[in-house]
Design a binder for this molecule. Structure first.
Ligand code: MEV
Length: 342
């Protein structure tokens, strides 16, 4: 039998809550004030244009089906993954708390994205954490704050990774105007225009070397080469035109052309000193089974990606060379509010 409870406050209505109403009322109050807030966002692969994008050149990235999820609840002090937040802990959580002005929040994060692998682990962390700390799933606002988190943590960055994690699907970025613009973000003298790209559901095989390098360090390395050597400056602008050509190949669904452009992009990344022996070996291993292959992300370790319609074969070749194959799907949605379980 359902019990009745007194309702405070006068009314001509029958002054009772049914038991079920009372539970719903309590749930709503609890939900608004105490329930954890949770957002998830995806990792990414950079199909074309990493490093060059920092200088304002064009680049293309796609969200993948590996995600990071941040859960935030009220607490008496700021905490991250069970520890009081301190300035000397991982820079990305610290800057996320600081740039959102969060106080009295406990955040925890879980992720299926390999850390330091060039697959957007830090961007997905910053994006999901910023949204959860703000309790706000606005993609443009979150992308902008999360970009500043990366800038604070790395010293130098482009908004490519965080915009891809926030928007999902595919992203084309350039310092010139882009079609289907979703937002623009400025830092220093550069304004990046970010547009939606329909990359569809592609299968891309990643090969993880098992080790990574700090993005900030790799970005600095390229900057020093760029300042010193005209060949490095030429490589940066050629990567930008490869990304422009790749947009045409993507629109036409021309996998052969995309693969060739990936191979050219990889040669230029080698000129910029961000490929390694391990990455080159994995690229050689997948070549017989791929349209094209290149490193993805900052390089210096991390992952390669291969565009292939024989993912199992490419994966086996990666494993045979000591890499860890990860078969990824593109077409993943971006920032997403998650329900709370338990
Ligand atoms: C890192 O995933 C991509 C870089 O271009 C840096 C950046 O864009 O912030 C190397």
């Amino acid at each position: 039998m359902e019990t009745c409870l007194s309702r405070t406050g006068g009314s001509n209505e029958p002054s009772v809550f049914m038991d079920s109403e009372w539970k719903e009322f309590n749930f709503n109050v609890f939900h608004v004030w105490f329930m954890p807030v949770s957002f998830s966002s995806p990792g990414k692969i950079i199909l074309f244009g990493e490093h060059a994008v920092v200088f304002g050149e064009a680049a293309i990235a796609a969200a993948i089906n590996l995600r990071t999820r941040a859960v935030v609840s009220e607490y008496r002090e700021n905490r991250f993954n069970g520890f009081p937040l301190r300035k000397d802990m991982r820079a990305y959580p610290y800057h996320s708390f600081s740039l959102t002005g969060a106080t009295g929040k406990s955040a925890s994060v879980e992720s299926s994205i390999p850390p330091g692998g060039g697959m957007g682990s830090s961007a997905a962390l910053s994006t999901s954490l910023v949204a959860a700390l703000n309790n706000d799933g606005n993609e443009a606002k979150t992308a902008s704050i999360a970009f500043n988190v990366e800038l604070g943590a790395q010293g130098r960055a482009s908004p490519l990774d965080t915009s891809t994690s926030a928007h999902g699907y595919g992203v084309f970025i350039s310092s010139s105007r882009v079609s289907s613009e979703i937002w623009s973000i400025s830092s220093g003298t550069v304004t990046w225009h970010i547009g939606h790209v329909d990359v569809g559901r592609m299968t891309v095989v990643a090969g993880y070397t098992g080790s990574g390098a700090a993005t900030g360090h790799m970005v600095d390395k390229v900057r020093r080469l760029w300042e010193k050597y005209p060949t490095a400056r030429d490589a940066v602008s050629e990567i930008g035109s490869i990304s422009q050509d790749a947009m045409k190949a993507l629109r036409g669904g021309d996998m052969v052309a995309l693969g060739r452009l990936m191979d050219r992009n990889q040669r230029l990344l080698s000129v910029l000193g961000v490929s390694t022996k391990e990455l080159d070996q994995l690229i050689d291993a997948v070549r017989p089974f791929s349209y094209g292959a290149k490193l993805t992300g900052a390089g210096g370790g991390g992952c390669i990606i291969a565009l292939t319609d024989r993912p199992e074969k490419a994966g086996e070749a990666i494993a045979a060379r000591g890499g860890i194959p990860i078969i990824c799907r593109t077409g993943e949605e971006g920032l997403r509010r998650e329900g709370h379980e338990g």
